[in-house]
Write a new protein. Sequence first.
Length: 202
Amino acid sequence: MCETEAITLFGDASAIPGDYEEVFTAQSGCDSTNYVSYNITISQETEESVTICSSDQFLIDGKEITTSGEYVTTYTAMNGCDSTHTVALEVLNPLEIEESFAICAGESMLIFGEDIAETTTLTQTFTGASGCDSIHTITLLVNETYTEAEKITLCAGEQTTILSGVAVGESGIFEETFISSLGCDSTVMVEVEMMEAIVSYN
């Protein structure tokens, strides 16, 4: 018998496995001995752990399973008793990595084996250490460089201070490069023009 079943032996509902005999009086008036050997068949319980990627297909008892958890299936074994099989399923989601970089105009960056020199977002899928997809997304921002121009007119003999404290008293074009708040070059150009003094005679 299976362990989930109940039996009554010779009026005893709490019988335990073993050999039993009972003597009855047959119709002939003679003793009749009834022998019973009572055995319990233990139900079989099996377990397995399975790890899959979210993109994989996995069937349990004919049904597709897509979420992690424990799934129990009960079937009838060859001995006629229930057999329970438990699957501990772990579903791994893709590993997602996101990075952002900034460069200055005129520069380029190597992304996934390609030289990139413009603002863009690139995504590539790799196979991770777990054997599942690893999605890597890189956003590249290209910051512009700036050039500012200014013209100053001075009278002969005058001076002015330009750029980073440079005193100028002659005509010319002066420039200086700074690093902007974005980390890129910013060029300031100043043109100084000296006006000649006008002399008049009466």
